[in-house]
Write a new protein. Sequence first.
Length: 216
Amino acid sequence: MKQRLKRLNRGIVLGVLVMLAFAIYITVDNAMFKSKEKDEIEKVISGFVNDAAQACVYTGSATDKDSILNFYDKQADPGCKDALNKYWDHSEALEKYNEASLFGEYYTTKDDIVQEMTPLRDYMDNGYATPSVMSYFSKIDCTTTIESLKRNGAGATAIITVRYDATGSGVPILVCPVGVDYIEAGSGSQVSTSESYRIELYKQDGEWKIVGSTWN
């Protein structure tokens, strides 16, 4: 009986040591991953956030419908798509995950954002009933902070906070990491808004690319 207890105790101790060693390995591996990749990942995410936001800044007449629609066609739409093409890519693995998700969790993809942008010009055209209350950004600054970062298989998962400091009018349309959103711009004075996102990235051809996102 005592021999069995000794063997059992040794087995428990060995199991605890193995689990402890594995936990230490994961912690060290993730710390090394962050020290090596964090700056590049932050550069990619903040690059997209800033490029897409600046494409949505309007500096023309706030009451000129043709000017605003022309701004969308010539600057906002192509500028946001350029940012998507530069910082985003497709991931078959993530798309299959979205299709098979059993718990309703869905990650916004590059194609999703493009599809959301498609009807925006019609929205602006048809919704421009009262020019004096048209929403727009005259200036917007974005500060991106990575709250946490971990390796996720061949990719990475980043939890980020973006602070938008905006000036303009109303609550304008903005292309952000989870697609088309509305960020308050106030009326002549700066308004600050913070949003939190979960970003999925893969390293493809030696470069990090965003492949999916959701609210955090």
